[in-house]
Write a protein that binds this ligand. Structure first.
Ligand code: CA
Length: 361
């Protein structure tokens, strides 16, 4: 074949690869196209979370040359936020994005994959997930629900929450009705408060109307986006309840198995990429939003007193012990988590922690 003919043949092959029913080269069959739906627990285009999902989908569509197209539905557009798990499990949507602790009604053990109070930072969670056996346990737990989960975002250390009363001792938590999901909510309950779980979009109105007394959400970037600083006086830190919460992407298992290997790889790589990119975005934007909150001076930004944190940590241990005693799956996951955390803490103490202390302000 002459050079010109070879080039022309190559151009046809390339054009064909982008279309349907095309031959994409030696050993590959027709390039089947997949049109999927992705449902999220986040409000439409919500900064960091909702926009992160849009970036995830853009990456998958670009890397697959349009062979895997995904239409994103924010909370309420196809199903309400807290129906994401069932919707992906049943295959009504092929993908979902949210937080595993929203699904504790399905399996209590799921909470351990989002955040354990006083648990691990984002970097430590990634270490456990990718190199400490966490992801294997996560995928094993979700198999019974016909789901394949991936870490797909992490907000980093959260804030402790918004309050309209000072928190000087555990007595100040008595009777406090607070939006705080997952195991953190269990800790609050045992400390004398009343935890409620609300999807993000409902939090501001609930706080402003007084149907809840307090709330945690994420950190300055997202909390300011909801206007929470206009409905509470005190903003407490640190977010003991969520030190490095993992956001999850779930894929319906049948849909996953129907994908050719290259598209599976693209989905996995894109989830891993957004996992890092979201964390980077939260680091950058939380800092900017905190500066803005401080400059405006409308809210008091305070640390929980050390005695309150000590008490909450003691209660958190009890909550975890009870969980692992009643749920064998949670026990297995917690064993892995606790062993990893013990090892990670030794390294973090003389690396991140020591370096941050040495750096000063
Ligand atoms: Ca939170």
């Amino acid at each position: 074949m002459k050079r010109r003919e070879l080039l022309a043949a190559g151009a046809v092959a390339l054009a064909g690869c982008a279309g349907e029913q095309a031959d994409c080269g030696p050993g590959s069959g027709p390039a089947e196209r997949f049109d999927w739906k992705l449902v999220t627990t986040w409000p439409p285009n919500f900064p960091g979370l909702g926009t992160g999902v849009l970036k995830l989908v853009e990456m998958i569509e670009a890397a697959s040359g349009g062979r895997l197209r995904i239409k994103v539905y924010a909370a309420g557009e196809l199903v309400p936020a807290f129906e994401v798990f069932d919707t992906v499990s049943s295959g009504t949507a092929e993908m979902g994005h949210g937080s595993a602790y929203y699904w504790k009604g399905k399996t209590e053990a799921a909470q351990l994959f989002t955040a354990i109070p006083f648990g691990m930072t984002a970097m430590e969670m990634n270490g456990w997930m990718y190199h400490g056996g966490g992801l294997e346990l996560y995928q094993e737990l979700y198999e019974q629900f016909n789901l394949v989960p991936f870490p797909a975002g992490n907000t980093g250390v959260q804030m402790g929450g918004w309050f309209n009363r000072e928190i000087n001792s555990l007595d100040d938590l008595q009777g406090l009705k607070m939006r705080i999901p997952g195991l953190g909510g269990e800790v609050l309950k045992r400390a004398g408060g009343t935890p409620v779980n609300l999807p993000g979009a409902d939090i501001f109105t609930a706080l402003q109307t007084g149907s809840i007394d307090a709330t945690e959400w994420i950190g300055p970037y997202n909390d300011v986006a909801f206007g929470l600083h206009q409905a509470a006086r005190y903003y407490y830190y640190p977010g003991w309840q969520e030190p490095g919460p993992v956001l999850e992407c779930t894929v319906n298992r049948d849909a996953w198995l129907s994908l050719p290997e290259d598209l599976k790889a693209i989905v996995g790589i894109a989830c891993s990429a957004i996992n890092d990119q979201m964390t980077a975005e939260f680091v950058a934007r939380n800092a900017q939003s905190l500066d803005k909150l401080r400059a405006e001076g409308q809210v008091e930004i305070r640390s929980f007193p050390p005695e309150v944190l000590d008490e909450l940590r003691r209660i958190a241990d009890e909550v975890l012990q009870d969980l692992v005693q009643r749920d064998p799956a949670a026990a297995r996951i917690h064993d892995s988590f606790a062993a990893y955390r013990e090892s990670a803490a030794g390294w973090s103490a003389i690396s991140e922690q020591a370096m941050l202390n040495a750096r000063g302000g």
